[in-house]
Write a protein that binds this ligand. Structure first.
Ligand code: PEP
Ligand code: MG
Length: 872
């Protein structure tokens, strides 16, 4: 079996076999670039190596030998030749790039004899011994496992004894001495001499690179980036070229464009008379590549030309390593350069303008998960923050403020102009005014779909959830994070993109919605076929949603309208009322409040559908917490106050359920207390009538939550239709188009979608509850309790509350779409859970043919691009 490919035998398509670097070297060679000759040992050989219990396959040795003979022929030198030796490098090259994670050995082929030959053939003894000591150092570290500190200590001692501080000041005698020291060190640490046989050096180096695939650093990188352990690495063996042979030599790294701004200028660093590691290790300070223009204009021009050539060939910004040997420029490596979000968008748009890419290709270049960096404020990463703890990155953006532990203080402090951060064990609807007043929110418990997370995302407010290691002492107004005490009023910074909680005021970077991003978004709209709606509960959010390009509202959670303090009181009155009269009075006060919100939303969304969900949460969520009430009762002063508290406590007790999420909520409320839903529907149609009369185009879509049986929807639909007729009368009947539909968020609803579709004009998949109920994982607790553990152990590939579980939950969704459409081909379908803002989930929704996804306003740009990518 062929396990060795010369560079000129491979190409870029052979990445799985040759690794990224090998495939690239082959491709560059075929483009006609000056690449030092070499060959690649395949990832297959690596797999066989592991299967053989870490020993090289028998058929490999002769193949390496014959490839070496070819290199010798190409260079006119011989491996191990004491008069003019060929030297090679051995480097790893995995299929997926893992920068800096694996190992490299340079200058293989030097020994006590050949080092003389190198000295003679280059006329530079100092250089030859420097090379030799570098080989022993790298070989000793990578192959023999000797800690690099030992070598560093040796160099330090040498410099001290010579009375010098810089490597350049070490003479050839000095390097010779170091070679002797290193060899002695090798013998002492390993019990063996440094191998003098060059073939043995090469074989050992290849083995070591294969083994480095399993080193902890590489494993950690693979874990973080979800790279499979099975891929294995290829090994590249390549002729050495030297950047340290004199002043007409040098080495450097260049990006074809600026990776932080995207600007079309060469960006990078170089050093004359140096080897690559000098730059990487920071032993010498490299110069800005722009200085090369003055120092060696010819060279700069050639480099610039190569950069353009490589960009055109790869159609992307490149990160190139080069070496100059006696004025001859060699390209050692090129790969697509890493860049930040700002640069990524600019480069992609520029490449379209320059005619290198088409729009589709440009859109695919955007890593949507990075767009959050552009659309929200972020931590200025040039600062060095003190990270106290890390929680779940629940809502992107960074915020600075003085910490407070309750919503009332948050709102009082905000009124007097303070910057606040709200920290709570968890938030409830009652804290909403505190959330509004704060720059950001952090909670001890709760996951990505917890109340705090959902509310914060909806407002575009930074939020970190589930910081399990924070201990709160609300009574004494402080919290403990590790050994740090954070008291009310202390300054903190939080980063909702990474989940970090940081001490003090960390500098922030503003959001940057550039013209390039706008351009990219408009291309996305041309290409995508699925619509993008917003989850928005008030006129302001509806406005923001439109500005971000929403094509409708997919979820207006009406309960959010009741959480403003002045409305919450009325809602509580409603819940506490004992007589029908009391209840009606409360409803009559709520109606105009809802109506005015709906008017604002309809008007800001004119011409686009607005999906309004009738009341969903269990009623106890509108009442204060039992413990707090008992505390208040204890300290209440008047009899009247005591009586009211006692009544509240009775009510809270009577509403108590063991499993509220599976309890009296959603349409179950609408069926038992129809007057609440009637009031909401009345408010919707009054608002629709008013707005229509003012010339707005209103398209209400009334959505019934938590349906599990067709009969539930049947009665709720009747309620909506009869209320609409009551409000609109015959005059408006045909003037306002409205739809009645349901959320599909209970597994049974998905299973019986055919029956349910009989009463529904649309289905909206509530993927939060559907995930909760399909997995049987509480959306409020699972992340903090066991889900993290599951993810660490890779029992689940992703958090199912973040990335839609295509196999299970997705199967229910796909099934429901198919069976719903089988009875009603025009059935409109969408998804409005948190997954609507996640790239993989958006791809899934596109695949199964949903009409839209709905997500928080701030995620819309990202969703538009993801929807376009899905359509390409
Ligand atoms: C859902 O369950 O996915 C949903 C959108 O509703 P909520 O998050 O309000 O329960
Ligand atoms: Mg739900």
């Amino acid at each position: 079996k062929n396990m060795v490919y010369a560079f000129h035998k491979g190409n870029a398509q052979m990445k799985a076999l040759l690794g990224g670097k090998g495939a690239n070297l082959a491709e560059m060679t075929s483009v006609g670039l000056q690449v030092p000759p070499g060959f690649t040992i395949t990832t297959e050989a690596c797999k066989v190596f592991f299967q053989n219990g870490n020993s090289l396959p028998d058929e490999l040795a002769p193949q390496i030998k014959s490839a070496m003979r070819q290199l010798e022929a190409a260079k006119g030198q011989f491996f191990g030749d004491p008069s003019n030796p060929l030297l090679v490098s051995v480097r790893s090259g995995s299929v997926t790039s893992m920068p800096g994670m694996m190992d490299t050995i340079l200058n293989l082929g030097l020994n006590d004899q050949t080092v003389r030959g190198l000295a003679d053939s280059t006329g530079d003894e100092r250089f030859a011994f420097d090379c030799y000591r570098r080989l022993i150092q790298m070989f000793g570290n990578v192959v023999l496992g000797i800690e690099s500190v030992y070598f560093e200590r040796s160099i330090k001692q040498l410099k001290k004894s010579l009375g010098v501080t810089q490597d350049q000041e070490i003479t050839s005698e000095g390097w010779k001495q170091l070679v002797t020291d290193y060899k002695r060190l090798t013998l002492k640490e390993t019990g063996h001499d440094f191998p003098q046989n060059v073939d043995e050096q090469l074989n050992m180096a290849v083995e070591a690179v294969f083994k480095s695939w399993h080193n902890p650093r590489a494993q950690f990188y693979r874990n973080i980036h979800r790279i499979s352990d099975d891929q294995g690495t290829a090994v590249n063996v390549q002729c050495m070229v030297f950047g340290n042979k004199g002043t007409d030599c040098g080495t450097g790294v260049v990006f074809t464009r600026d990776p932080s701004t995207g600007e079309n200028v060469l960006y990078g660093e170089y050093l004359m008379n140096a080897q690559g590691e000098d730059v990487v290790a920071g032993v010498r300070t490299p110069k800005n590549i722009q200085e090369l223009k003055g120092e060696a204009p010819e060279l700069y021009r050639e480099l610039d030309l190569i950069c353009r050539q490589l960009e055109n060939h790869y159609k992307d910004m490149q990160d190139i390593e080069f070496t100059v040997e006696h004025g001859k420029l060699y390209v050692l490596q090129t790969r697509n350069g890493k860049r930040n979000a700002l640069a990524a968008v600019k480069i992609a748009v520029d490449l379209v303008r320059e005619g290198t890419l088409n729009k589709e290709e440009a859109l695919q270049r955007v890593e949507v998960s990075h767009l959050d960096q552009l659309l929200h404020r972020g931590i200025d990463e040039s600062s060095i923050p003190i990270v106290l703890t890390t929680g779940l990155p629940a809502s992107p953006g960074a915020a600075v403020g003085q910490v407070v532990f309750d919503a009332d203080t948050a709102s009082e402090w905000e009124k007097v102009g303070k910057q606040v951060l709200l920290a709570r064990p968890e938030t409830t609807p009652e804290d909403i005014h505190g959330v509004i007043a704060s720059n950001g929110v952090l909670t001890g418990r709760g996951g990505m779909t917890s109340h705090a997370a959902v509310v914060a995302r909806g407002m575009g407010k930074p939020c970190v959830c589930g910081c399990e290691d924070i201990v709160f002492d609300l009574g004494n107004k402080f919290m403990l994070i590790g050994d740090q005490t954070i008291s009310e009023g202390d300054w903190l910074t939080l980063d909702g993109a990474s989940g970090r909680i940081m001490k003090g005021v960390v500098p922030l970077k503003e959001a940057t919605v550039t013209d390039d991003l706008m351009q990219m978004l408009s291309w996305a709209d041309e290409i995508k076929t699925m619509q993008v709606y917003a989850n928005a509960d008030n006129p302001e959010d509806a406005q923001i949603a439109r500005e971000f390009g929403a094509q409708g509202i997919g979820l207006c959670r009406t309960e959010h309208m009741f959480f403003a303090p002045e409305r919450l009181v009325v809602m509580q009155e409603l819940i506490l009322s004992d007589t029908p009269e009391q209840r009606e009075a409360a409803l009559n006060r709520l109606l105009p409040m809802q109506q005015s919100d709906f008017e604002g939303i309809f008007q800001n969304m004119t011409g686009f559908p607005v999906t309004i969900r009738l009341l969903d949460p269990p009623l106890h969520e509108f009442l204060p917490n039992l413990k707090e009430l008992q505390q208040q009762l204890f300290t209440a002063e008047t009899e009247e106050g005591k009586a009211r508290l006692a009544q509240l406590i009775r009510k809270v007790n009577s509403l108590h359920e063991s499993n509220p999420m599976l309890g009296h909520r959603g349409c179950r409320l609408g069926i038992v207390f129809p007057e609440i839903y009637e009031m909401q529907v009345e408010a919707i149609f009054h608002a629709a009538a008013v707005s229509t009369a003012q010339g707005f185009e209103v398209i209400p879509e009334i959505m019934i939550p938590l349906v599990g049986h067709a009969n539930e929807l049947k009665v709720m639909r009747e309620l909506v239709v009869s209320t609409a007729e009551k409000v609109l009368g015959p005059a408006y009947k045909n003037g306002i188009r409205y739809r009645v539909g349901t959320m599909i968020e209970v597994p049974r609803a998905a299973l019986t979608a055919r029956e349910i579709a009989g009463y529904a004009d649309f289905f909206s998949f509530g993927s939060n509850d559907l995930t909760q109920m399909t997995f049987g994982y509480s959306r409020d607790d699972a992340e903090g309790k066991f889900l993290g553990h599951y993810l660490d152990r890779k029992l689940l590939a992703d958090n199912p509350f973040q990335v839609l579980d295509a196999d299970g939950v997705g199967q229910l969704i796909g099934m429901a779409v198919t069976s719903g459409r089988s009875v009603k081909p025009a059935l409109k379908t969408g998804l409005c859970g948190e997954h609507g803002g996640d790239k993989d989930s958006i791809f899934f929704c596109h695949r199964i043919g949903l009409n839209y996804v709905s997500c928080s306003p701030y995620r819309i740009p990202m969703a538009r691009i993801a929807a376009a990518q899905a359509a390409i």
